[in-house]
Design a protein around this ligand. Structure first.
Ligand code: NDP
Length: 284
């Protein structure tokens, strides 16, 4: 039976460590602060943003909750970001995606100062990651690497297959894995014979957004399986991309959903904000 890669437990430990870090920074007059912008009233986004503020509050990190109308223009949002870029009390800026149709998400991502880009989505930060000189690292892939490391799992020399090539998960995770000397394959909707490829994986990552997408037949016995997906099944229950009940007896390690990658993502966001606060004083 697969060993559970317990992101929930690890994120609690990480939060405790961060809390101590933040107290120590505050005693030196440094107050880490994150600004979170939510445009409109997308229900899933509201839940994600609420969870981020809750975690921030729990560890003593200041967070600014900016709620903007769904009708806001791109120019107005850019102005808001510019003012946060220039505000020296703010260390991290996050704009919750998706954005309404009148706003170009790429332009917004590029408007955030790379030094405050806690999500690590700015092309400057993605470029630095790609050349193995990272500054800000996207939180979900960073959380996956942290989770693996905490369980003593090295990806050096391993065959890693990532299903999904999004800018927020698949692509940056591929760069991180490559930086750790894994042999990386990135699969997507045009990939042929996917199951043959996934069965070669020592580490298999599913970031597709489809419930039960990875089944037992797609997994090599003993593989490390990372389930990034967050989906609702017909009964309204939160499920990942991996058919967990079938895959657990075959895999060597498996992240649960919920309680795997999700909590690590939020913990990494907090960690990145605290690091930005430290670095702002060191002029890294
Ligand atoms: P995207 O929709 O941006 O990307 C999905 C990827 O899956 C695409 O690259 C797509 O290929 C690929 N894909 C779709 N169908 C197939 C198929 N039949 N075979 C192979 N590949 C396929 O999703 P995200 O990366 O944003 O998110 C993926 C999942 O992870 C979602 O469930 C999301 O909710 C979850 N998520 C979870 C997070 C967490 O903290 N746990 C954080 C972020 C996301 P193509 O590029 O060709 O279209």
């Amino acid at each position: 039976m697969a060993v559970k890669l317990d992101g929930k437990k690890l994120s609690i430990k990480l939060a405790n460590d961060l809390q101590a870090d933040i107290s120590s920074l505050k005693s030196q007059g440094i107050v880490p602060k994150l600004a979170v912008i939510l445009v409109g009233d997308n229900q899933a986004s509201r839940v994600y943003v609420r969870n981020k503020h809750r975690m921030a509050e729990k560890i003593g990190l200041e967070s600014l909750d900016l709620r903007l109308s769904k009708d806001i223009s791109e120019a107005e949002l850019l102005e808001k970001i510019a003012s946060l870029n220039n505000d020296s009390t703010i260390n991290g800026i996050l704009v919750q995606l998706p954005l309404p149709d009148q706003i170009n998400a790429d332009r917004i991502t590029k408007a955030i100062s790379p030094k405050k880009d806690v999500d690590g989505f700015h092309p400057y930060n993605l470029g630095r990651l790609f050349v193995n000189d990272p500054y800000a690292i996207p939180c979900t892939p960073n959380g996956i690497m942290y989770l693996l490391k905490s369980y003593g799992i090295s990806v050096d020399g391993k065959n890693v297959v990532i299903v999904g090539r999004s800018k927020i998960v698949g692509r940056p995770l591929a760069a991180l894995m490559l930086n750790q000397s894994a042999t990386v394959t990135v699969a997507h909707s045009h990939t042929k014979n996917l199951s043959e490829i996934t069965r070669q994986a020592d580490v298999l990552v599913a970031a597709v957004g489809r419930a039960n997408f990875i089944q037992a037949k797609d997994v090599k016995p003993g593989a490390i399986v990372i389930d990034v997906g967050i989906n609702r099944n017909a009964a309204g229950k939160l499920v990942g991309d991996v058919a967990q009940t079938e895959v657990a007896p075959i895999a060597g390690y498996l992240t649960p959903v919920p309680g795997g990658v999700g909590p690590m993502t939020i913990a990494m966001l907090m960690k990145q904000t605290v690091e930005f606060a430290k670095w702002s004083k060191q002029k890294k």
